[in-house]
Design a protein around this ligand. Structure first.
Ligand code: NI
Length: 392
């Protein structure tokens, strides 16, 4: 294929308009009805074979080239977050308490922009390209739901690529990483069961707040003392609820937390070690507990040869100066489930163009530099056209 893919001005304007429309109408995970309808209509209009209602709101657009070749998937996640938007854009969220605060509006617009380029030059394609528009990336595992629905088998997918916009990197740059990229993310749910009583008479009660306080303080020893110091790991208790008033010892305390890791070994060590600390803290005061450790998202691990291939392709598309090695992130991505099934590369598209677009993801002020969008369109389309030359 050509070393560059020019994005016509009209297509750029269309991608920006689409992103703004999606931004104004955010939908939460598995509720992306409007978004999915826009995606399906657009794909149909471009001549894709369209499959809807996969894992509730997922959409897959299939296009086949005249020459034989691999079947690849390009993925965009569609969901927004339960955040009240505080930007002053004319196109800010019209849905109270919902916001595209992670850039998934941009992901959808980019992939639909690429769809237009791919359709226009369909005769140059070899093999099959599946555009996968996924619901519910934000914590609800839409990718896993699509896989459980037989996505890989149904479409014969052999390779997977996806991107994430990032306010941490300069606009229009592309970041790649081989091996572990995003952390695993699991959930901790705890209830400490004590015996309620009067605050003045703790000896007649079993105080779950005291046990919870001991647990939270002691918990960090799991990372500090029990995990290989060369392995990244995080344990955070993000929610604690117990009690109602000054002088009552409550019966229970509930806590929610998250555990992150970068290796399966560390991930597997977490539940038992966390529970051991919990057990000891409860035992010391005679409390009982309930402990749930929910395996959510695995480590997002890029295939080494796919990462090298995609990086080399990016260097041809945007030039070496705009390609960088992305840092590991303790955040998580459910693209990880696709990467467990087929050789895959997840990559970063920088979208920081100034102060207002350098705000952290999931902030109520989050925004992307739209000037980054054409780079995403070009890279996704390049992956489609270059598929036959991809790494083995
Ligand atoms: Ni995201």
């Amino acid at each position: 294929m050509d070393s560059t893919l020019d994005i016509p001005d009209r297509l750029y304007a269309d991608v920006v308009a689409l992103r703004r429309d999606l931004h104004a109408h955010p939908e939460l995970g598995f509720e992306e009805v409007r978004t999915a309808a826009i995606v399906a209509n657009r794909l149909r209009g471009l001549g894709f074979e369209v499959h809807e209602g996969i894992a509730t709101t997922g959409v897959v657009g299939v296009i086949r080239g005249p020459a034989p070749g691999r079947t690849i998937m390009l993925r965009a996640d569609m969901d927004a977050l339960p955040i009240l938007e505080e930007t002053s854009h004319a196109f800010r969220s019209t849905a109270d308490g919902k916001m595209h605060a992670c850039g998934h509006d941009g992901h959808v617009a980019i992939l639909l922009g690429a769809a237009a380029l791919i359709a226009e030059r369909k005769h140059e394609l070899a093999g099959t390209v599946c555009l996968v528009f996924q619901p519910a990336e934000e914590g609800r595992g839409g990718a896993k739901a699509m896989l459980e629905g037989g996505l890989i088998e149904r479409f014969g997918i052999e390779r997977a690529y996806g991107l994430h916009l990032s306010s941490n990197y300069p606009s229009g740059t592309l970041g790649f990483r081989s091996g572990p990229f995003y952390a695993s993310s699991d959930s901790i749910e705890i209830e400490i069961l004590g015996v309620g009583g009067h605050g003045s008479a703790p000896h007649f009660a079993v105080d779950p707040i005291y046990a919870a306080a001991n647990f939270i303080t002691s918990l960090q020893q799991v990372v500090a003392r029990q995990i290989d110091p060369l392995e990244p790991a995080v344990v955070t208790i993000g929610s604690i609820h117990g009690g109602t008033i000054h002088n009552v010892i409550p019966r229970t305390v509930k806590m929610l937390g998250t555990a992150r890791a970068f290796s399966d070994t560390v991930r597997r060590q977490m539940p038992e070690r966390i529970e051991r600390v919990l057990h000891a803290c409860c035992d010391a005061s005679g409390a009982r507990y309930r402990f749930d450790y929910l395996m959510r998202y695995p480590v997002t691990e890029n295939d080494a040869s796919q990462a090298a291939y995609a990086r080399a392709l990016a260097e041809r598309i945007v030039g070496v100066d705009r390609v960088f090695t992305a840092d590991k992130l303790m955040g998580a991505e459910d693209f990880s489930f696709f990467a467990q099934r087929v050789p895959a590369c997840f990559y970063t598209l920088g979208a920081a163009g100034g102060e207002s677009t350098s705000v952290p993801h999931h902030s109520s002020l989050f925004d992307i530099d739209e000037a980054a969008l054409p780079t995403g369109v070009a890279m996704m389309a390049a992956l489609a056209f270059d598929a036959p030359f991809g790494a083995p």
